[in-house]
Design a protein around this ligand. Structure first.
Ligand SMILES: C[S@@+](CC[C@H](N)C(=O)[O-])C[C@H]1O[C@@H](n2cnc3c(N)ncnc32)[C@H](O)[C@@H]1O
Length: 295
């Protein structure tokens, strides 16, 4: 497997900085949404995380902080810590927390730099979701970092798009490897405007969060680099570092993100999930691993 690739991470930082402006241009009055105890979390991660009251919580690759704030409004987390490499994401998240009157701490950092400098054994719960792992250049370093910052007895919860779903392009042509074994996959187009591409006809991003036209036909001027991580890469790295698997599930739909052009939307209480009408394809998975208590 490849080692940490700071160059590709920094390229992604610039690409995310640009894309986030487009993403947020489609979501208006987000602070009012959170002041009214709104939540961007889906059932899958809520069930996995459970009640977070009284627990120390870290949200890795927190993007603009909407899910981080939802951990507070919905699951009772107190001052969760969100980490993200993007300057615009962390600035936005910090302002959104302030405007919403919600306590949360946001840190701008490459995840691997954060793991290097963070105090060990800090968090009861570490959480990541939806389009996180594909930006990271090493699963082994990721698993070791997660293990480092978890308290003994603490748990890591992940809800992620499935590597099988990622092998097809939007036209459902098999274009990408199931696992690239740490080899980078470059895109000159950079991070796209998946918020616009996943919008439904009734123009609701989430219940009570309306989709706005915002920036049209967004083109990112910064290329990006991704990595394909198969389930063996993810779960194998967790196991190698001593984390113990306590939950694993696959789902035949994709929350929020329209992966293929042919998908049809299905309304659920928390928002929209996108379905594929053909034979069952796993499109998301969730795992929970625990750090063993010290002997
Ligand atoms: C698709 S978003 C994840 C969405 C997130 N689950 C949420 O709560 O909205 C991916 C995020 O990963 C961040 N990211 C990418 N590479 C990173 C790295 N090396 N270190 C930290 N964050 C990174 C990006 O800036 C982006 O905000």
């Amino acid at each position: 497997m490849a080692s940490t690739n700071i160059e590709s991470h920094e390229r992604n930082r610039a690409s995310w900085n640009h894309a986030i402006v487009a993403h947020n241009s489609h979501k208006v009055d987000q602070h009012l949404f959170f002041k009214n105890k709104g939540s961007t979390l889906f059932r899958e991660e809520m069930d996995l995380l459970g009640n977070l009251a009284g627990l120390s919580v870290c949200h890795l690759q927190c993007n603009c902080g909407q899910d981080t704030l939802s951990l507070v409004t919905t699951l009772g987390a107190e001052n969760p810590v969100g980490i993200d490499i993007s300057d615009t994401a962390v600035d936005f998240a910090t302002q959104l927390a302030k405007d919403s009157g919600i306590d949360a701490t946001f840190i701008r950092s490459d995840i691997f730099e954060y793991f290097n400098t963070a105090e060990p054994d800090q968090f009861d719960v570490v959480f990541a979701s939806y389009g996180a792992l594909n930006w990271l250049s090493s699963m082994q370093k990721y698993a070791a970092g997660v293990s480092k910052i978890l308290k003994p007895g603490g748990r890591y919860c992940l809800v992620e798009f499935h590597p099988v779903g990622y092998i097809f392009n939007p036209d459902m042509v098999h274009e990408y490897p199931y696992s690239s074994a740490g080899e980078p996959i470059h895109s000159e187009d950079g991070v796209g405007d998946y918020v616009a591409l996943s919008s439904t006809e009734d123009r609701e991003v989430m219940p009570n969060l309306t989709y706005a036209e915002g920036i049209k036909d967004f083109k990112n001027s910064n290329p990006s680099t991704e990595f394909c991580w198969g389930l063996a890469d993810v779960i194998g790295s967790m196991a190698e570092t001593g984390l113990q698997l306590s939950h694993f599930k696959e789902y035949p739909y994709s929350n929020f993100y329209k992966i293929y052009k042919c998908m049809t939307p299905e309304k659920v209480k928390e928002g929209v999930r996108w379905c594929f009408d053909g034979p069952m394809l796993p499109l998301m998975y969730s795992i929970c691993v625990k750090k063993p208590l010290l002997a």
